[in-house]
Design a binder for this molecule. Structure first.
Ligand code: ADP
Length: 425
């Protein structure tokens, strides 16, 4: 009885000290050392299931066999450990010579002749994920119920540790695969857009030349070729724009930019399209002081080309998703530290369920097959990338059937941009 209490005390002491501070390998080695000590066994080992190869592998074994056993696979079908694993129950074999379940190859590899054996499953959420095994109880004694309890007690933290490691490994593998896929996608986009640019430039150049040469003859057909080649060129530019920002290739060239002028110019470039579609397109810029006062010209330190791309994409969408007779307003004002620009329309709006995702790449509200409008779902992600490069923010509010309001904030200068980045990160 006294000996029993001593063993339980030792078990408690050991499990308490087997803290998470240890790395998993050391932790599992400690488990098997304690398992053989407390069950009076010659050796102990820990096996985990390898689902792909349908076998068990050694996760911990006596140090003098570790290297040889690391590569050894124990079959699930013809081994005592496999039996414990598939039945998820303890197994005691008091005389291995009379039981065919023991996998003899291990004895040949380790040089230890197994006479008796006890194995318990490593259970995680009721499922066996491995086996903890001890062999050869001292002086030819039989394994007892107490030995089973001891092994089961040790098996539970071991199962936990193995499960955590397996999850970590899986996560690492998945994130590696994701990174590889992402790289492949970036390479593909970079190559495709580069390869498309030259022939597209040639098509546009020659078609424009032909249009000049032929005068009114075939003008309609040539206009169609030119318009569609230009559309293709825009798509290629959008693709490489998002890609460049995401891969960190894009650089911001900050200069003083008059936002009121930029907004007027960009809006003017869409007037013809708006008229063609029967839409009203207007700007409302709030200047507070005399028009030539730099501050009231809504000046920011930014990259005019990139801001133009962002604003153009918003206006383009507003014109696309607003029905004939509708209105599109581009408003701008100064707020502390920022210039705030909004593109507001009274068009078809965006369903609430789609709103959180519209800035994602390739996201479109209508499916590709049913939609009436062109586009690749890139416009907004490009706009977002361009604004965020400046340390700005962009968002959308919308009510389906009533209209949408896309707003972005641009920091007035790089100091403000740096402060905003610190704040938002
Ligand atoms: P696309 O170039 O395909 O239009 P965007 O990224 O610019 O892609 O926009 C994504 C989707 O968001 C669009 O397909 C459209 O469904 C929706 N959307 C964008 N702007 C508006 C808007 N002003 N009104 C209604 N829906 C819009």
């Amino acid at each position: 009885m006294n000996e029993r209490i001593q063993r339980i005390e030792r078990l408690l002491e050991v499990t308490r000290n087997l803290g998470p501070a240890l790395d998993v390998e050391t932790f599992l080695q400690s488990i098997i050392a304690v398992a053989s000590e407390l069950t009076d066994s010659e050796a102990a080992s820990l096996l985990v299931s390898d689902e792909e190869e349908r076998c068990l592998r050694f996760a911990a074994a006596p140090w003098f066999h570790r290297e040889t056993l690391r590569e050894t696979r124990v079959p699930i079908e013809h081994s005592a450990a496999g039996w414990v694993f598939t039945h998820a129950q303890p197994l005691v074999i008091q005389d291995v010579a009379r039981d065919s379940r023991h996998y003899k190859t291990i004895d040949e590899i380790s040089g230890i002749q197994t006479r008796s054996l006890l194995g318990v499953p490593l259970l995680f959420q009721g499922q066996a994920i491995g086996v903890l095994e001890v062999i050869n109880k001292a002086h030819g004694a039989y394994y007892t119920e107490d030995d089973i309890t001891i092994l089961e007690t040790l098996a539970s933290p071991a199962a936990m540790a193995i499960h955590t490691v397996t999850l970590e490994r899986r996560l690492k593998k998945m994130s590696q695969e994701l990174a590889e896929l992402d790289q492949m996608k970036s390479d593909f986009i970079a190559i495709a857009s580069h390869e498309l640019r030259t022939p597209l430039g040639l098509i546009l150049g020659h078609a424009t030349f032909l249009r000049e040469m032929l005068g009114e003859n075939h003008r309609e057909q040539l206009d169609i070729i030119i318009r569609n080649a230009e559309r293709l060129k825009e798509i290629v530019e959008s693709l490489s724009n998002v890609e460049n920002v995401q891969s960190g290739m894009a650089r911001l060239r900050r200069r003083k930019v008059s936002m009121s002028r930029l907004i007027e110019e960009v809006t003017a470039s869409f007037q013809e399209e708006a008229q063609r579609k029967g839409l009203t397109l207007r700007t409302e810029i709030q200047r507070e002081g005399p028009p030539l006062d730099e501050k009231d010209d809504l000046t920011v330190e930014g990259d005019a080309t990139k801001i133009t791309i962002a604003l153009s994409n918003l206006i383009k969408n507003a014109l696309t998703f607003t029905n004939k007779g509708g209105h599109v307003f581009v408003t701008a004002e100064r707020i502390p530290g920022y210039v705030k620009v909004s593109v507001i329309d009274d068009g078809i709006g965006i369903p609430a369920k789609d709103l959180p995702r519209i800035f994602e790449r390739f996201y479109q509200v209508e499916s590709h097959l049913t939609r009436r409008h062109g586009g690749m779902g890139l416009g907004l992600s490009v706009a977002k990338a361009m604004i965020e490069m400046h340390g700005g923010r962009i968002w959308a509010e919308s009510v389906e059937g009533k209209g949408s309001n896309f707003t972005f904030l641009l920091p007035l200068d790089s100091e403000q941009a740096a402060a905003a980045r610190r704040f938002f990160s």
